[in-house]
Structure formats: C-alpha cells, structure tokens
Design a protein around this ligand. Structure first.
Ligand SMILES: [Zn+2]
Length: 870
C-alpha cells in the first residue's frame, strides 16, 4: 500500500503536535475459523490532545475503511483515506476519532497472523507488530514515542482462548448488535505503552496457569499470575514446569536487580506457529516461536537458547516496555540490553551457566559477520524510516551492542552499571528516551566521563583485529610482547581485556597458569611486559571475552590450538579459540580444510554441546562455501564419513547422538554416499537405539535423499508420498514442501519457482520451498538467475518487507563457484549484481542493502576459495 514507509521526520512532526491519551479497539474475530473470511472488522476510538487547527494522520493498512468520525463529525473516507494513512484535518484541542473498517488476516507473520493447523483443521491467531504492524490490525499513530493506554475488546468464537496485554475483565455472549453467537472478551486498559508491543492472541489454544510470588525486604508482597499457551496439537510437548521455573527465576532476579517491581500485572507466554522471529516482548503476553517446544527432542544447547530468549524478553519488560526508545535509531537501547541480560540472567538465576560461552561462540559471530559488511552501521544507528528500522534487527543492534555493554561493564564496573539501570527506570518509567538519557545516569552512577567511550564504541562501525606480536629466544621464552590493534576500515578503540596463558599439565591437558589484564588505549599497539619470560605454548587473547574484537593467534599458539584444542581445560577459552579459527577462515587466512581438520580432530570430541554444534555447523559452511570446488566433494565426504561413524557410536539418547544425526542430514543434502543406510533408518530396516526420529529429522533426511537422487526416483517419490500422508503435522507440511522443491529435475524447480513467486504460500512454506529450490545440481537453478534479477523490484513493491526479504535473500545465486585460476572480483554473479545495482540506483534502500550484503557474502566466499590450497 502506498506511503507505508513512515519517516523519522514525519514521526517527529506528529509527536510535536499531539499527545495520545488512550485507545479503545474492537476486533471482531468471530468468523476467523472460516478460511473464506479474508478480513475482520476493526473499530478504533482514539482520544488525544493536539495543537488547535493542526492536521495530522492515523496509520491503517486496511482492507476497507467504512467510516471516519472526528469529534462527532462524519468525514467521507474517499476524502481522507490516502493509501495506508487517514488524514485528520482541522483538529481541536481535545479530540476523539473513531475509525471503523476491515483489516486482513496475515499469512506473512506480520499483523494478525492466521494459521490453520493441518493436524486438526483448527485455526490459531496471534499478532506480531514490531516495528510498525499494529496498523495492519487497527488504526493508530504508529510510532514508539506516542505511548498510550489501550483497551481491547475481542469478539471470538465460543470455546476459544483469547488474551491480550491487559487482564481479561469479562467474557460474555456478544450483544446481538455486535455479533450473535460470539463471545465478547473485554480487557483492562494497559499502562501507557507503545503501539508495537500491543497484542492479541485468539484460538483454541492449550493453556496452563501458574503464579509467581515475591516478598520484598520491607515485608510487602507481590503476586503475578502466569500462563503458558500453545496449539492443542503440541499440548503434550509443553514442558510447563520447566518453563514456569525459569519464569519465576527470572522475575525474582530482575525485580531484585532493577529495584523496580515487575510493572505489567500478569506474565503470560505463548508459543505460536509460523513465527518470524524468536520472540516478542509484548508486556503481559510474550509471544515465542513454537520451535521452542521440542516434540522431536532437543539438545542442551537448544534448552539453553530458549532460556536465554525467555530472559531476554523478560528483561524487555523494563528495557523497552517500561522505558522505550523515542525512535528506532536507539533500538539498541532495548535490544543490546536485553541481549546482555539474556545471558547475564541465565548465568545468575538459572542452571544455564554456559550462557556467556554461547554468546561468545555463536551470537558474536553474527556481529562480526555483519560488522564487516559494507552496509554495517553504528550501534546507535541512523534510521531515517521504517524500512531501515526493520532491517536493523541485526547482529549489530543485538550482539555487537551486548558485547559493547560487556565492555562497558568492564570499563565502569558492575555496581555502577546496575545503579545506573535503577535510576534509569525510576526516572523514565512509562516514558521514552535516547542515548543521552542513558549516558546521563551512567555518568552519575560511575562518576566517570562515558561520552568518549560512547563515541568510540556506539558511534562507529567495524571490528578491530587484535594480535599478539611476540619475539622468542631459542628456548621459546618470550623476549618481547606487544598487543597490536588493526582497525581494518574502522577506528582504533580503547579495549580493556585479559590475556590467558595456558601450559601443559598432567595428561597433556592445557591449563590456565595466568591471566594478564591489558588496557589498550585507542592506539595501534601496547607493550605487554608481563609476558616476557613466558614459555606458555598457548596464549589466548580476550580471555573471558570481555571485549569486542577478532583475535588472531600467534604462530606457536596456532600450532598448539590446531593440535590440541580439545585438551584446553576451560570451555570459554575453547569457545574463543574456535571463534578465532573461524574468523581467520572467513578472512581467507586459514585454509578451509584446516578448519575442517580441526573439527574432525577436536570439534567432534568437544564435550560442551553448544561449542560442539557451532564448530560442526561451521565445518559444513567451510565445506559448502569456502572450500574450492575441486576439493569440496572430497572434504565433504571425509566430514560426512566421520560424522556417520561418530553417530553410530554415540551414546543412545544423548545430545551428541541427536546433534550428529542432524549434522548427517545437513551434509547428506549434497552427498548421497550414505543414502542407502539413511533410507533403511527411515523405513525401519535399521535403527539407532535412543535416537528420537521425529518429523523434523525424518523430513531433513527425506530432503537429503531426494536432493541427491539421480533425477526423479519413482520408489523414493512413493516413499515420501507415504510419509506425507502419514504426517499431517505443521513440520510435515514444511518438510514436504522443501522435499518437493528439492527434486533434482527441471519440472520441480519450475513448480517451486511458480509457488515462490505466486502469492499463496505462508512465511514458513515460502522459506521451505526456497530452501528446497536451492538444492540439487547447480545447472538446474542457473536458468533462474536472470528471472531473479528481473523480478526484484516487483517483489519488493508487492510483498510485505518480511516476505520480500525471504525471497530476495533466499533466491540470491549465492552458491556460485570460482573457476580455477579466475579472479574472484570478476565472477559473473558479482558482475550481474553490480549491473543491477548500477541500473537501479533509485531502488528502495532496503532492497539495495540486501543485494549489497549478498554480494559481499559471495565475494568473501570466492576469495576464500581462491586463497585455499588447490
Ligand atoms: Zn529483544
């Protein structure tokens, strides 16, 4: 719809003019169970004060607008509805506006998403709005700083669970005039919150109730009702006790840490299907992807990830919901904190004490990757409009921001940091803030000048590389040591970090024998005299992961790491070493085969589940993207053989067994050599005792078998048909779509292309089809390269940004190989991308950003291929 892309300037103008008191919103979802119903009735009444005589507009992405009433006067919708905006001419000092119309059910996960469960035909609804999709459901002033109280009323079929941010005050038969036969659910008005965190949940959800009670030091008490929701089909997999335990641990921890009691009355958590992200911090009703329920079994790393997300969202009740950024430039104010608090609370309040290791190992890789793209941005970003906002939910805003906060805590100390948070909540409760507000409380609490720190860490881009420069004598003892900082295209920054020295102990285990604190100023070099005399064979830069930087190993430490990584005693140090090796591989300074070799020698033996999974996942990436074509098949075969060997020998029912089985399925997508055995497993002729062979894993294996078959295999096709007929789950549908698209025949690719570019698929099925499309021999997808570039602008114009992003990223011809002896920079896909970019200089910035990023990922892969041993 025209003019959806609200700009920062427009938002600022609007908040100068008006102050919103409250909304009353009526949503009629009583016909939602009828698949033929494409839209629902939505009526908003909003009260606000304004500068008298001024004009402004409401946002409403609608199916229709039936009436617009301003202060009792009916306006003609034809006069005032312009695209996604409703013009409000000539305002009074105090205003009441009512907009009645219809809005559409969503299939893209944006707005009010409707999911029909293939298992039982039941219909489930939930909302997802950030940054600006509440306007897809009801008319409002869609920007974070126009906070207001919201009172929702929802008409729903009898027997449905309905929830929202507020407490449900009543559920009674709807009056005849509204909707006969429906139930009318009325919710209490919310505290003053932003539009993007309002929410409604409706459907035959399974619900479990609980409670959290807390006693404060002064003897006062507080109790908060808890609830969990999921689809009925998943009820038996909702591990309510575990989830409630985590929830109570978190509420106690944050309430005490922040010195500010939980502000939103109740705390409900819903696990919903076809969700575009991990979770969303709607006050009082947090939504999570149902991938966090584990019908197929899960590893400890998955449970840890879920706990981390649960804590992340809960911390948002304070950072983000109670105190909100004024505009999306300061998105980091909530996301970096929540990312930090997700790990911090996991370590402090739960059994997942490895959370910071997972952060160092996995989340920071996301930041390093993003920060080396040409499109990177400062943590505090310049976000001129909503499309730009939408793209900044990225590795910089989350992981780099949190890493920078960790460095901030090392800089000012934990106590002052917590004190600053407390003042921040007291001072700005229910309000909005910018960076300056946070710096102010930080300076008060720490007594230090943090502006310089903020300038160098929050206002700049890029990641430095830290290297130890050592001289050794003939006995290997260090005679000179300095820490070097290479800022790359970025800037030199001050770093406060630790160096770890590791020496061989009994049983050849590498144990830490010392740490040295280093204050590296914003300079390219600082001497480290403490290391002089050391003969330690392994020196770890950024021990404990206090700062944000890539680290390179000195020559002796690299040799030690490659030969003995699994003998390093400390898991955080191992995680850091794996991260270092991976960054070095991505920078084309370590041969991909050496990374894979390290995984074969040490990664597969790694006892810590998260580190193991990460190292193994990257080995697959090293093979599929960074290894030169001529060596790829052999390297993949070696890795797959080793993984299958380990899988057959793994303890029944353990984490490793499950992780290795998934890894096997990933590698087998492009290597059919174990296909016979995998087929036997699927069809019950062989078994791995203890392995939960659930729909997800089964379909991963079917996809692999189909993608590596020689053309269309009728017996295999019949087998997957049988699987499909027997498996009516959501996972089954996704697996089927992916497997169909993976068939290595031209008709399958044509069919998949038509489905992707048609507009029938939901978000999940779209991605599944794209994934399948990209599998199989390269020559099958090559004919789609030109159509891909030809359709980009149209896709961007016609689809929501979420769906368009899935298509533009997912179909980019990224699996391109470098011909031996060719120059990576002159690769035909790069050249074609450059041509498109130069011919479409005025294409939307958000679309161009995706192309520029995909181009850069490809160039990096091609450079690694060129630099690798032939
Ligand atoms: Zn968040």
């Amino acid at each position: 719809m025209r003019n959806e892309n609200l700009t920062r300037r427009e938002a600022a103008g609007r908040s100068e003019l008006i102050t919103v008191q409250g909304y009353e919103v009526l949503l009629d979802l009583s016909a939602a169970a009828d698949p033929a119903a494409e839209s629902f009735r939505s009526v908003t009444t909003v009260r606000f004060t304004a500068e008298e005589g001024a004009q402004t507009f409401l946002d409403f992405i609608h199916a229709s607008v039936e009436s617009v009433t301003v202060n009792g006067e009916e306006l003609d919708p034809d006069d005032v509805v312009e695209g996604s905006r409703i013009r409000l001419p000539s305002l009074a000092a105090a205003n009441e506006v009512t907009v009645a119309g219809r809005a559409r059910y969503s299939r893209s996960g944006e707005g009010l998403h409707r999911f029909v469960d293939p298992a039982d035909g039941q219909v489930y609804l939930y909302t997802q709005y950030e940054p600006a999709d509440a306007r897809r459901v009801f008319a409002n002033f869609e920007q974070p700083d126009l906070k207001a109280s919201f009172r929702f009323t929802v008409l729903a079929p009898e027997g449905w669970e309905v929830s929202s941010n507020g407490v449900r005050m009543s559920a009674a038969p709807a009056p005849e005039a509204e909707r006969a036969g429906a139930v009318r659910h009325a919710f209490s008005p919310t505290e003053r919150i932003s539009t993007y965190i309002t929410t409604v949940l409706a459907g035959p959800y399974h619900r479990v109730a609980g409670e959290w009670r807390h006693s404060f030091e002064d003897g006062s008490r507080m109790s908060v009702p808890l609830a969990l929701y999921c689809r009925a089909a998943l009820a038996e997999h909702l591990d309510a006790k575990e989830l409630f335990d985590l929830t109570r641990q978190g509420l106690t921890f944050f309430t005490e840490l922040f010195g500010y009691p939980y502000p939103f009355g109740k705390y409900e958590q819903a696990f919903v299907p076809e969700y575009n992200l991990g979770a969303m911090e709607n006050p009082g009703l947090v939504t999570f992807t149902e991938e966090y329920l584990f019908p197929d079994g899960a590893t400890r790393a998955q449970y840890q990830g879920r706990a981390n997300t649960l804590m992340h969202e809960m911390s948002h009740m304070w950072f983000g919901d109670l105190v909100t950024m004024s505009w999306w430039d300061d998105l980091w104010l909530k996301e970096s904190f929540a990312e930090f608090m997700g790990a911090h609370a996991s370590v402090q309040a739960t059994d997942f004490e490895e959370a910071w290791i997972a952060f160092a190992n996995r989340r920071k890789a996301w930041a390093y990757q993003q920060d080396q793209l040409p499109t990177t941005h400062p943590v505090v970003a310049d976000v001129p409009d909503l499309e730009a906002a939408r793209q900044n939910f990225d590795g910089i805003t989350y992981a780099k921001g949190a890493a920078v906060l960790k460095q901030l805590v090392a800089f000012v100390g934990y106590g002052p940091f917590v004190e600053a948070c407390r003042s921040y909540f007291r001072r700005h409760a229910y309000g909005t803030t910018t960076l300056q507000d946070f710096l102010a409380v930080l300076e008060e609490a720490s007594g230090r000048d943090v502006r310089g720190w903020a300038d160098s860490w929050l206002g700049t881009t890029g990641v430095s590389t830290l290297t130890l420069d050592l001289a050794r004598d003939d006995d290997g003892a260090v005679t000179f040591a300095a820490l070097l900082q290479d800022p790359g295209p970025g800037v030199l920054r001050p770093h406060r970090l630790l160096l770890g020295c590791y020496e061989r102990g009994p049983g050849d285990v590498l144990v830490r024998t010392g740490t040295h604190g280093v204050d590296l100023p914003a300079a390219s070099c600082v001497e480290v005299p403490e290391l002089v005399g050391s003969t330690a064979p392994l020196l770890v830069v950024n021990e404990e992961d206090l700062t944000y930087a890539k680290s390179r190993l000195d020559a002796l430490s690299l040799t030690t790491a490659l030969s003995s990584l699994s003998s390093v005693e400390d898991p955080m140090a191992r995680a850091q070493l794996w991260a270092g090796l991976w960054n070095t591989t991505r920078d084309a300074e370590l041969d991909p085969a050496d990374y894979v070799g390290a995984v074969l020698d040490h990664g597969l033996a790694e006892p810590q589940a998260g580190i193991f999974q990460n190292a193994a996942d990257r080995a697959v990436e090293a093979v599929e993207r960074y290894a030169p074509t001529a060596r790829r098949g052999r390297l993949r075969g070696r890795l797959l053989d080793a993984v299958v060997r380990e899988l057959r020998a793994a303890d029944p029912g353990g984490d490793r067994q499950l992780a290795l089985a998934r890894l096997t399925a990933r590698l087998a997508r492009r290597d059919g050599s174990h296909g016979g055995w995998l087929r036997d497993l699927l069809e019950g002729r062989d078994a791995l005792p203890g392995l939960p062979l659930g729909p997800e894993l089964r379909w991963a294996l079917w996809t692999a078998l189909v993608a590596t078959a020689h053309g269309e295999d009728p017996a295999l096709a019949a087998a997957t048909e049988r699987e499909q007929a027997a498996d009516r789950t959501r996972t089954g549908r996704i697996g089927w779509a992916r497997t169909r698209a993976a068939r290595p025949v031209p008709e399958a690719k044509a069919e998949a292309w038509a489905a992707i570019t048609g507009e029938e698929l939901s978000n999940d099925l779209l991605t599944a089809t794209i994934t399948g499309f990209q599998l199989g021999p390269a020559e099958l997808v090559e004919p789609y390269r030109e159509p891909y570039f030809a359709m980009l602008e149209e896709v961007w114009a016609q689809r929501s940004i979420g769906m368009a992003t899935r298509i533009v990223e997912g179909l980019y011809p990224a699996h391109a190989d470098l011909e031996p002896g060719h120059d990576p920079a002159r690769h035909p896909v790069l050249a074609r991308t450059d041509l498109w970019l130069s011919n479409h200089a005025s294409a939307p910035a958000a679309l161009r950003r995706i192309l520029v990023e995909q181009r850069d990922h490809l160039l990096r892969a091609l450079r690694a291929q060129a630099a690798a041993r032939a």
